[in-house]
Write a protein of this length. Structure first.
Length: 292
């Protein structure tokens, strides 16, 4: 525990605005729900404490609800969250609909209302990317058939709604890069892109750098830059982040790298230790910065 505390103190010493200056190619954020701060005001101070430039704010759980359990429909919370984020210099690059990890985007009759709820919250927080995981939609839609056609129709629909508002819905799905590009082609909406997840490629034995190049920079909205919980990124032999950076540099991709997992499995509740270490390591590699 003492060692992890020391890591956090070092991470907290990042210079204000590090890796977030105007024109910076890469910026680093973390997911609020994985830091146990889902739509809690303290997420912005926590993001600052771990040295992050931003935080990905979740829309709240779904469960048996009609809509997300979302505070940001209320004017009081809208003002409070926006003011707090601004005062700490923490950006919100994206809003997440993590409820669709467990629920099917294909079976929700009010899918438009749910996405619109997210787009409205994005307006409040100044976010441009909506994270839509498709993990709860099963496997039937992955091959040709009615489910596939319905998924394509729904994604085109919400993509167009997002694009009209100057936003992007970024999907996470289990398809490889070639199959994902085919999906994007048939969806045919500038408002649908990929939220690339390093964990998915590594867990499925795919080459991350080849996948990134096959997808192409224009198709990648954001990147979840973490792996399945085991060790923190700086200790994980499963991926070469220096190689990932070289690939993204050659692709001329720029954007947000968002930490979701890569927690020390022996100390998963040490939020500041795990996320602080991951943020620091990403900044060392992608921003060429070291804490003072």
């Amino acid at each position: 525990m003492a060692g992890m505390t020391a890591v956090w103190l070092t991470t907290a010493a990042w210079p204000l605005g590090a890796c977030a200056q105007e024109g910076q190619q890469y910026r680093v954020a973390a997911c609020d729900w994985m830091m146990l701060k889902r739509q809690k005001l303290g997420e912005f101070q926590l993001a600052k404490d771990i040295g992050a430039d931003g935080v990905e704010v979740d829309m709240g759980p779904l469960g048996q609800r009609v809509l997300f359990d979302n505070k940001l429909r209320e004017a009081h919370f809208q003002e409070l969250f926006r003011r707090t984020a601004d005062s700490l210099g923490i950006e919100v690059p994206s809003m997440a609909m993590s409820g669709f990890f467990a629920q099917s985007f294909l079976k929700r009759e009010n899918y438009r209302e749910l996405v619109d709820d997210c787009l409205d919250a994005m307006d409040v927080m100044g976010a441009r990317v909506a994270f839509l995981p498709l993990g709860g939609s099963g496997d039937e839609w992955l091959t040709e058939g009615e489910a596939r056609q319905e998924m394509v129709r729904r994604l085109h629909d919400v993509g167009e709604r997002a694009y009209q508002r100057g936003k992007v819905v970024a999907i996470r799905c289990p398809l490889d890069a070639r199959s994902t590009r085919k999906l994007l082609k048939v969806v045919d909406s500038k408002g649908i892109k990929v939220y690339y997840n390093l964990q998915d490629a590594v867990d499925q034995g795919r080459c991350v750098t080849k996948e990134l190049k096959r997808l192409g920079a224009a198709n990648i909205a954001q990147i979840h830059a973490s792996l399945t919980d085991s060790v923190t990124l700086d200790r994980d032999p499963r991926i070469d982040l220096h190689q990932v950076k070289r690939t993204l540099d050659r692709m001329k991709w720029s954007g947000w790298l968002v930490v979701e997992r890569s927690r020390n499995a022996q100390d998963v509740k040490n939020v500041k230790g795990n996320f602080g270490t991951n943020v620091r390591f990403l900044k060392e590699i992608f921003c060429g910065l070291r804490p003072k």
